[in-house]
Design a protein around this ligand. Structure first.
Ligand code: SAH
Length: 359
């Protein structure tokens, strides 16, 4: 037995398991592909492995996947929000979005979150636990199986703070990129952080080709500390310093996320300060009209304010875009994900329950 579950294991680790069981090495390749590439939820699906061995493996190395507990389909844009049940009964959410270039899955990295950002629903009940790498991979398998599509892009922007679950997030990246697994190129993966500076240096050392997104949301310390407690520990000057080094070292442009909240961080003065903050840096600013959540009184900025803010940044030479909100009728947008069942259908979306429970 091993203390790491089989869906989280690398090919080398599965090889070690096979050796310990006296099995030939090629079995490891077969098992790895079934688990990572095909995403089987049971050993019984491994048709090129004997019944006896399947039984032996299933007893010692159970496959922990994600089961679809609830599913919501947006009537506006076809975006699908999944509520997945984990093997210990906890729930997480993932969002499947269709773009011109393929399907993107927004995955969770923790059950809940302990970062405490004021505007985000995922953090309201704290962090229950971090996800294993296998559970992060499992969200992709479950969504692909349910929707019958290939997920080509992944954003780690669902529930949780991925850099607060650093080792598993790194293990996830290497599994997702494995050519015998899902084979998702690192350039097709974005990881979003609220700014845990020491872990950003650790990530920089890995020199990956992923896109690093940084949740900024305010251009000065007083305001940022007010809405994002993490800023009290890692203030803006430290954050911007690591971002500059990160962009330089990896030659990858950083994407700054900025949720526009009415009357709070959307003034002209904020726009000027933001332009000054990112000046001369290899980066991109993504403005997100803030999504409203029931626990907070924050309202999203109006169209006109958004446009003015965007214009100011642009006039100062900042590369800026406004994020299109998908799945807003099913509470599937940024900051709206939670780890609980919904008793009521979010307005407008279609609910579709327990559709693949017994597989
Ligand atoms: N913990 C990570 C990843 C999860 S959040 C992070 O903080 O980056 C994904 C993005 O949605 C982050 O930029 C987050 O700040 C943003 N977000 C959270 N709540 C939001 C809201 N109510 N409206 C718009 N964006 C929000």
């Amino acid at each position: 037995m091993s203390d790491i579950d089989i869906k989280s294991m690398t090919l080398q680790e599965i090889t070690d398991v096979c050796i310990s069981l006296g099995l030939p090495k090629f079995r490891a390749g077969q098992i790895f592909r079934w688990i990572q590439q095909i995403g089987v939820s049971s050993y019984d699906e491994m048709t090129d492995i004997s019944k006896q061995l399947r039984l032996q493996l299933s007893e010692s190395y159970p496959i922990h996947g994600c089961e679809v507990e609830q599913k919501f389909v947006s009537k506006l844009d076809g975006t699908v929000k999944y509520l997945f049940r984990l093997c210990d009964g906890n729930f997480i959410e993932s969002v499947l979005m269709k773009y011109k270039y393929g399907y993107t899955l927004c995955i969770s990295s923790q059950v809940g979150c302990r970062m405490g950002c004021m505007f985000c629903a995922s953090t309201k009940n704290g962090c229950v636990r971090s996800l294993t790498a296998g559970e992060m991979i499992g969200q992709i398998h479950a969504a692909q199986r349910d929707a019958g599509v290939r997920v080509s892009h992944v954003v780690i922007m669902g529930m949780g703070e991925p850099l607060d679950n650093f080792d598993n997030a790194m293990r996830f990246l290497s599994l997702a990129g494995d050519e015998n697994g899902l084979n998702i190129g690192m350039r097709n993966i974005s990881l979003s952080t609220c700014g845990i500076v020491p872990r950003m240096y650790d990530l920089m050392e890995k020199n990956l080709q992923i896109t690093l997104s940084v949740s900024l949301h305010a251009p000065e310390n007083e305001l940022r500390s007010k809405i994002m407690p993490v800023n009290r520990k890692y203030p803006l000057n430290d954050l911007m310093k690591v971002c500059r080094e990160y962009a330089k070292k990896t030659s990858r442009r950083i994407s700054f996320e900025y949720a526009m909240i009415s009357g709070l961080n959307d003034t002209d003065e904020c726009a000027y300060k933001l332009a000054e903050l990112v000046r001369g840096m290899l980066c991109h600013v993504n403005l997100i009209p803030a999504n409203e959540i029931e626990e907070s009184t924050y309202k999203r900025s109006g169209e006109k304010t958004l446009r003015t803010f965007c214009d100011i940044l642009r006039s100062r030479g900042v590369n800026v875009t406004v994020r299109r909100s998908l799945g807003s009728d099913i509470d599937a947008s940024c900051g709206q994900l939670r780890s609980r069942r919904e008793n009521n259908t979010p307005t407008g979306g279609e609910i579709n329950e327990n559709i693949c429970q017994k597989r």
